[in-house]
Design a protein around this ligand. Structure first.
Ligand code: E4P
Length: 222
């Protein structure tokens, strides 16, 4: 499981980089809203300098129409860097933008995927990543794991290089099921990441080991 972090919070990113196998960072306008009135370009550059070029940085376009998306994408790579994955929602305009941008050599993450057909179309256009929205699909009574498994089968059958980057999680169980269904990458927000290790048994085990050592050896260190 390649873990990408779905936040633009600098302190959280710094913290996760110290102990998690972080593979990249994703943002979208709603995620950025949580950070208040940040200076967009500088903030994205700061995230890039924290994660380095070897990890992927996914930044979403703001515009809803084709021309606007193309303009946003060009500005993002000009102002930040060419390695950025441009996140584009798979709408009619979004698909047109993906087509144009892929032809120009951009890295693309096709996002806002609620259905198999959106994913198949974006795969055919050679999007680098597909972001199926797990929790949002569940809310609509669509089985996200069936969708992911079918997308995964299509990727294998067509020998495509596209990767599945499942997104929109509300709990750890959803993350695990998405991986079991065939998602090689997951992007997970802070609410869910922060419960990965929040298990009282882990704390108890660590304390018990410490106490058992101390009972025999006192403060003696190895
Ligand atoms: C990825 O970056 C997606 O945009 C994000 O995971 C969506 O999550 P949400 O459904 O919690 O808004």
């Amino acid at each position: 499981m390649k873990l990408i972090i779905d936040t633009a919070n600098i302190e959280k990113i710094k913290d996760y980089l110290t102990y998690l196998p972080v593979d990249g960072v994703t943002t979208n306008p709603s995620i950025l809203k949580k950070e208040g009135s940040i200076e967009f370009v500088n903030h994205m550059k700061e995230i890039r300098s924290l994660i380095g070029k070897e990890k992927s940085l996914h930044i979403q376009t703001i515009a809803e129409d084709y021309e606007g998306m193309i303009k946003d994408a060009r500005k993002i790579v000009d102002l930040i860097d060419r390695e950025v994955y441009i996140k584009i929602p798979v709408s009619k305009d979004g698909l047109a933008a993906i087509k144009t941008l892929k032809a120009e050599g951009f890295n693309i993450t096709a996002t806002a995927i609620y259905s198999e057909i959106q994913a198949l179309l974006a795969t055919e256009l050679e999007a680098d990543y597909l972001a199926p929205y797990v929790n949002r699909m569940s809310n609509l009574n669509t089985d996200p794991y069936k969708v992911i498994s079918n997308i995964s089968r299509n990727i294998s059958a067509t020998n495509s290089d596209t990767c599945i980057l499942a997104a929109s999680f509300k709990n750890v169980g959803q993350v695990l099921k998405a991986v079991q269904a065939g998602s090689t990458h997951v992007t997970v927000g802070t609410d869910v990441i922060d419960v990965f290790l929040a298990n009282a048994n882990i704390t108890k085990a660590v304390n018990d080991f410490g106490n058992d050592w101390e009972a025999v050896h006192g403060n003696f260190e190895i």
